[in-house]
Design a protein around this ligand. Structure first.
Ligand code: CA
Length: 653
């Protein structure tokens, strides 16, 4: 009943809207409807809120033979389908010259300005505006690399600044000549402390200023955007904004990437963007977000996100989970001060559809529809040159491998009014069970169904496991198991960890403080404390956190006196972190005050935990054992950070 009433009211609402359009043949303004997709209404969504789609790969996809369809199953211009479903802006990346000397494209859509003009024309045809994303590089620019275009390679900063200005101006003029409706232009893509081969802010700001000046001249109505990634890094955005302010960079929008798997919580995103809006009066937005509708790959080229891999997975990998993630990002930005929009990253980038890697590879090479072709080796030998391949985000597209739109595409059309249909179970949340080897395995009788409205409801489950299986697990020593079950027709998983007794107190800092531990500060880190943040914890919600802006200031030990009987023991502890420069990090065991064993550890990047393990620690009668971790970062003062979690001390006898 409730649903029928809502559909009726939606019809009533849409009637005057259509009349206002004068009945012009603009099917893209038609009401979006769904029988199955639940969309919670975003309250107070501004009329001009940007609901964008990065569609940079479309031309290369089409050349590779990809066909796109509408919801009626008819082949249709994908830009029209996007417009019909609520997309207001199309974003396109622009590389200076993504081709080798023989004219072979580097891939990733071979997106130069000519491709952008073509995409812009088609977007404009269907009433959408264009967001132009200048990378100021010949290929992908992101926090990991900001390579200078080959033609600008040997330029000093003055010459390069002029080149950036000329290039921006000429490129935008091409769009203007083609009558493309450009709403926003980015000066750089995910420019976390580097741009166009420059790595100091003193130089970066010249390039940004040059781009900004050209944008103001060619498209005075367009917004100038700067774009960064990693909102979860404490203090990073505030620091970028401060630098931009210090150099008086002329921009309107401070934009962020937000990939929920890696980029912290929505609360944090809103806080860091809101702070910039409040301090500098800038508009803020999410320039890239996405979510997986399936863990499966469809083009024989591995994806950045699939099951496992230590990522944050707040929604199931289903079409509904994907829509809910997007909806919540929109809701967050809409309720952040000066929040103006959300752009989805590459919802149209799908498999080129051939039957094997070899056939797909031929298409990627020829048309640039993979993330990189082998030709990119001349420009980027270490990454693209080695790992070239297909689409790494086909499971995060908003079209299926057959080119048909997924129901989740409708989220953009439905957020304004919501689609409050009766929730049904969409997936089963994984259960976790940690069992002491001396204890008994008791699998849960119910599991949490993730409902289509993202609420949870307990449902009964049947586990596909026999008593004999359980007996084997009970006696099989420390090990991990994945038990599969059935809950109302949906697959359920229970991850069982059979563990040895942990002799440490507060081993994962879940007491919320340093109970049991002794912290010795040797280098006066700016931040050094036990932190509550599930996404940064290896287990539970607490971990030990450190961060320091100053050079060479991170140096500390974290140690615990173990209350154990004589015997043989194994100690382990885990760390992740980054930007630490040269490090000396190791787990250690101390017997009667003397360090008897160490295990070197390293930090690489967010989410990559390294575990130091020390086995065969022998303790004789009357001896005392202490275990700990020593951390020393000899960085350049660029914000060394890290997280420590999951200490354990087990008996080995
Ligand atoms: Ca793939």
């Amino acid at each position: 009943m409730r649903r029928i009433l809502l559909v009726l009211s939606a019809l009533l609402l849409s009637a005057p809207l259509l009349a206002a359009c004068g009945g012009s043949a603009a099917p893209e303004k038609a009401e979006v409807r769904s029988e199955t997709l639940h969309v919670k209404r975003v309250e107070g969504l501004p009329e001009d809120f940007i609901l964008g789609m990065d569609a940079s790969s479309v031309l290369a996809e089409e050349r590779s033979g990809v066909k796109y369809y509408n919801f009626a199953g008819e082949e249709q211009d994908v830009f029209r389908t996007l417009a019909e479903n609520g997309i207001t802006h199309i974003r396109v990346r622009v590389w200076n010259h993504p081709f080798d000397a023989a004219g072979n494209g580097y891939g990733g859509g071979n997106c130069n300005i000519d491709a952008a003009v073509e995409i812009g024309r088609r977007a404009t045809r269907y009433g959408m505006k264009l967001i132009v994303d200048f990378h100021y590089s010949d290929f992908w620019a992101d926090p990991g690399k900001q390579m200078v275009p080959l033609a600008w390679k040997d330029m000093d900063i003055e010459t390069k600044t002029q080149a950036a200005y000329d290039y921006t101006r000429e490129s935008l003029q091409k769009l203007k000549d083609a009558k493309v409706d450009v709403a926003m232009v980015q000066v750089g893509n995910e420019t976390n402390g580097a741009l166009c081969g420059e790595t100091t802010w003193f130089h970066i700001q010249y390039i940004m200023q040059a781009g900004s000046r050209a944008i103001r001249e060619v498209y005075p109505q367009a917004l100038v955007a700067v774009h960064f990634a990693n909102p979860e890094k404490a203090g990073a955005y505030a620091n970028y904004a401060k630098k931009l302010d210090y150099y008086d960079v002329d921009y309107d929008v401070f934009a962020s990437s937000y990939y929920p798997y890696w980029h912290g919580t929505l609360e944090n995103l809103s806080a860091v963007l809101g702070e910039i809006a409040g301090t500098y009066g800038k508009k803020v937005m999410v320039m890239e977000t996405s979510y997986a509708f399936t863990p499966e790959d469809t083009d024989f080229s591995g994806n950045t996100i699939s099951d496992g891999g230590g990522i944050t997975k707040n929604y199931p990998f289903t079409v509904q989970g994907q829509a809910n993630s997007v909806r919540d990002v929109i809701d967050t930005v809409a309720h952040t001060p000066n929040g103006i929009g959300v752009v989805y990253w590459e919802g149209t980038w799908i498999t080129v559809g051939a039957a094997s890697w070899e056939e797909n590879h031929a298409l990627w090479e020829k048309y640039g529809s993979g993330w990189a072709s082998s030709y990119a080796a001349v420009y980027d030998p270490d990454d693209a040159g080695k790992y070239y391949g297909g689409c790494a985000v086909d499971n995060q597209a908003l079209f299926g491998p057959d080119g048909k739109p997924l129901e989740s595409l409708k989220v953009f059309g439905l957020v304004r009014n919501g689609n409050d249909i009766i929730p049904v179970p969409d997936a089963i949340a994984d259960s976790r069970l940690t069992v002491d080897l001396a204890g008994t395995i008791q699998l849960p009788e119910t599991v949490d169904a993730v409902m289509t409205d993202d609420s949870r409801q307990a449902v009964p489950v049947t586990w596909n496991v026999t008593d004999a299986d359980l007996q084997k697990m009970q006696t099989g020593g420390a090990a991990e198991y994945d038990i599969v079950g059935d809950a109302g027709g949906l697959e359920a998983h229970c991850h069982v960890s059979m563990v040895k007794f942990n002799f440490l107190t507060n081993p994962g800092f879940e007491d919320g403080d340093l109970t049991g531990w002794e912290l010795t500060e040797l280098g006066h880190a700016d931040e050094l404390y036990v932190e509550e943040k599930q996404t940064d914890s290896r287990e539970g919600v607490w971990h030990m956190h450190f961060w320091s802006a100053a050079a060479d200031s991170v140096a500390f030990t974290l140690e615990q006196q173990a209350r154990v009987e004589p015997g043989s023991y194994e100690f382990a502890i885990s760390i992740m972190g980054g930007d630490c420069g040269e490090t000396e990090i190791f787990a250690y065991a101390r017997v009667d005050g003397q360090i008897v064993a160490t295990a070197p550890m390293s930090v690489t990047s967010y989410g990559k935990w390294d575990t130091g393990v020390i086995s065969d620690i022998r303790l004789a009668e009357g001896q005392e054992l202490a275990v700990g971790i020593s951390v020393r970062c000899q960085g350049e003062g660029n914000g060394a950070w890290g997280k420590i979690d999951s200490a354990r001390l087990n008996s080995q006898s």
